[in-house]
Each structure stands twice: as structure tokens, then as C-alpha cells.
Design a protein around this ligand. Structure first.
Ligand code: IDP
Ligand code: MG
Length: 139
């Protein structure tokens, strides 16, 4: 294990529901340091680009619509084994399958509107951090 960074998004459903503060607190209590954070609203082009890996999936257009419906909070997070650790703290993609005590179990509505994104591998984290943050913002 080593200190690592990962990328996360508080998705539009959670921001609109006023759950951003509780989700950030959950992440901090789990031991992550917030390295960088900003609120923004994705354009359709940004959402399509960010989720390009899923462009052939049946849920892609719905996902882009959801991710652009309102503001999101994008974050760089740091701790030991951050990528794997955040995925554990988030819980399964479908909240119906998410373990007790995970963020998705607590706040997600369904498999699409699942309140949080977290990078799935260190290489993905690097790409996703670069998608949203400049070098100066990641100090
Ligand atoms: P992850 O966010 O847990 O990594 P992915 O499979 O990478 O899950 O999917 C990206 C996002 O696409 C999910 O977080 C969710 O918002 C949405 N999504 C995934 N699978 C489905 C589905 O079967 N129906 C609708 N939306 C989905
Ligand atoms: Mg994913």
C-alpha cells in the first residue's frame, strides 16, 4: 500500500437533495484528505467525454442526461490505497447490492442515480483527475 490519489464526483442527485455535506463528511471520516474540490455543471460534451468508455451501453444517453441535469462536486482525494478504498466506501453501483454503511446504501436512489462516482483503477484516476483539475489545483 502507498499514499495514492483518486477522483470522485458527488453526482447531481445528491447535490440537489442537499446530501453533499454528509457525503463529504462520510469520505473525510473514512480517512481521505480532500486535495482539491470544486462545484460545476457539466456540459453535454464534457459528460459524453468523461463517460466515453460507456458510449456503447444502453444506459449511456440517460447517464449523460442525468450527469448534466444540475451541479456536481468534483474532488481529488488522497489516502493509502485511495482508489480501492473509495470504491469500498462508495458501495456497489446498484444501491440494492451495496453493503450496509456505504455511501450508496445511505444515499443512492437506484443504479443510475447513485450519488457518487469514484475512479475504478489508478490509471483511470490519473486520467479523470487531469480531465477536471490543472496541475496547480492538485498541489
Ligand atoms: P461505477 O460508477 O460503480 O463505476 P459503472 O459501471 O462505471 O459504475 O457505470 C457508470 C455509471 O453509469 C454508474 O455509476 C451509474 O450512474 C450508471 N449506470 C451503470 N449501470 C447502469 C445501468 O444498468 N442502468 C442505468 N445506469 C447505469
Ligand atoms: Mg465506473
Amino acid at each position: 500500500m502507498s499514499v495514492e490519489r483518486t477522483f470522485s464526483i458527488v453526482k447531481p442527485d445528491a447535490v440537489a437533495a442537499g446530501q453533499a455535506g454528509e457525503i463529504l463528511a462520510h469520505i473525510e471520516k473514512a480517512g481521505f484528505r480532500i486535495v482539491a474540490l470544486k462545484m460545476m455543471r457539466l456540459t453535454e460534451a464534457q459528460a459524453r467525454g468523461f463517460y466515453a468508455v460507456h458510449r456503447e451501453r444502453p444506459f449511456f444517453n440517460g447517464l449523460v442526461k442525468f450527469m448534466t441535469e444540475g451541479p456536481i462536486i468534483v474532488m481529488a482525494l488522497e489516502c493509502e490505497d485511495a482508489v480501492k478504498g473509495l470504491r469500498e466506501v462508495m458501495g456497489a453501483t446498484n444501491p440494492a447490492n451495496a453493503a450496509e454503511g456505504t455511501i450508496r446504501k445511505r444515499f443512492a436512489q437506484n443504479i443510475e442515480r447513485n450519488c457518487i462516482h469514484g475512479s475504478d483503477a489508478p490509471e483511470t484516476a490519473e486520467t479523470e483527475l487531469r480531465f477536471f483539475f490543472s496541475t496547480a489545483e492538485l498541489l
